[in-house]
Design a protein around this ligand. Structure first.
Ligand code: NAP
Length: 285
């Protein structure tokens, strides 16, 4: 399958590598995604079977950046995906777009977790800008949105939740749905290959508390690690974040419906931390 990928960055780069490993023909493209002429020209030049949009602004050093850069955030997270969708719909090309589960805040209507077609309740600029795109993309034909949450990966990186959590001296301990990156890659490729449409929640089975992650980190990576525990409310009160963070539990039924498995988080997390420890050791050696 020939797959054109818009702006692979941290996650997109890993998905591109995995697509190549699975013998797909991959065309990574970096054009301004709000520019319909540029997006259309890329599609007409390469004539892909499917498109994956990995472009977006998630904020540096974190999503609080989006509160002070609202127009850039709106352009990359809302307008850009709609422009890509217009170009793909016009040409009958299947589009997969990376969304976020952070559009859900708190308790879900169903006690088992937020479902793919639940109305979200985003609060921050980043999550509003992502959900605004989702609201339209879900009404257009031949489009899949793959929502992930707090990527956890076996390779050390500032974008990896393991690195982020371990760099904080004060940590909250809330139960959440999370995404192990190797399972995300498998899910994205499954959705593209099966030309799935609608929303897919790419979160691992079960939930994780930061305490679980830290316990495994201390067991497998660094027994000398220490941190202080704070409440979720303290995050903003102590000035550690501008906006409260999304905490939520999500269901992933639609992936199961198309035959794509996300491993139980207990299994995936241990596997990931074991590989993370090995990779960290290799970097240091
Ligand atoms: N990483 C996460 O924690 C996470 C969690 C949930 C969902 N997601 C979603 O997953 C997607 C990919 O995330 P990522 O972590 O791979 O982000 P990333 O490393 O920042 O990669 C995104 C890429 O998109 C590019 N980009 C931004 N605006 C663009 C525009 N208007 N036109 C063309 N390219 C543009 C960026 O270039 P510049 O750097 O030059 O802006 C960057 O190369 C995003 O949509 C994000 O919302 C990520």
């Amino acid at each position: 399958m020939k797959i054109l990928v818009f702006s692979p960055g941290y996650l997109g780069g890993k998905i591109v590598d995995a697509l190549c490993d699975r013998k797909h023909e991959v065309v990574p493209v970096k054009v301004e995604i709000t520019n319909l002429a540029a997006v259309s020209a890329a599609l007409d030049e390469h004539r892909p079977d499917a498109v994956l949009n990995c472009a977006g602004k998630k904020g540096t050093p974190n999503v609080d950046w989006c509160e002070t850069h609202q127009i850039e955030t709106m352009r990359s997270n809302t307008i850009g995906p709609l422009v890509i969708a217009e170009a793909c719909v016009d040409r009958g090309i299947h589009l997969t777009h990376l969304g976020t589960g952070c559009i859900f805040y708190g308790q879900s209507p169903d006690p088992k977790g937020w479902k793919e077609d639940d109305h979200a309740n985003p609060s921050a600029m980043y999550t509003r800008s992502k959900y605004a795109a989702d609201l339209i993309l879900t009404r257009l034909p031949n489009i899949a949105i793959v929502r992930l949450r707090m990527p956890i990966d076996e390779v050390p990186d500032p974008g990896n939740l393991i690195n982020k959590v371990m760099s904080y001296p004060k940590i909250i301990d809330v139960e959440n749905s999370v995404t192990v990156v190797s399972d995300l890659i498998n899910a994205v490729i499954g959705v593209i290959e099966k030309k799935g449409t609608g929303v897919f929640h790419a979160v691992n089975e079960g939930t994780m508390k930061h305490r679980d992650l830290i316990a495994l980190y201390e067991e497998l990576v660094d027994p000398s690690h220490t941190n202080e525990w704070i409440s979720s409310d303290d995050l903003v009160k102590l000035g550690l974040a501008t906006k409260g963070r999304s905490n939520c539990i999500m269901q992933n039924n639609r992936l199961k419906e198309i035959g794509v498995e996300m491993r139980p988080i207990s299994v995936a997390l241990r596997d990931c931390l074991e590989k993370y420890a090995e990779n960290l050791k290799n970097i240091k050696d």
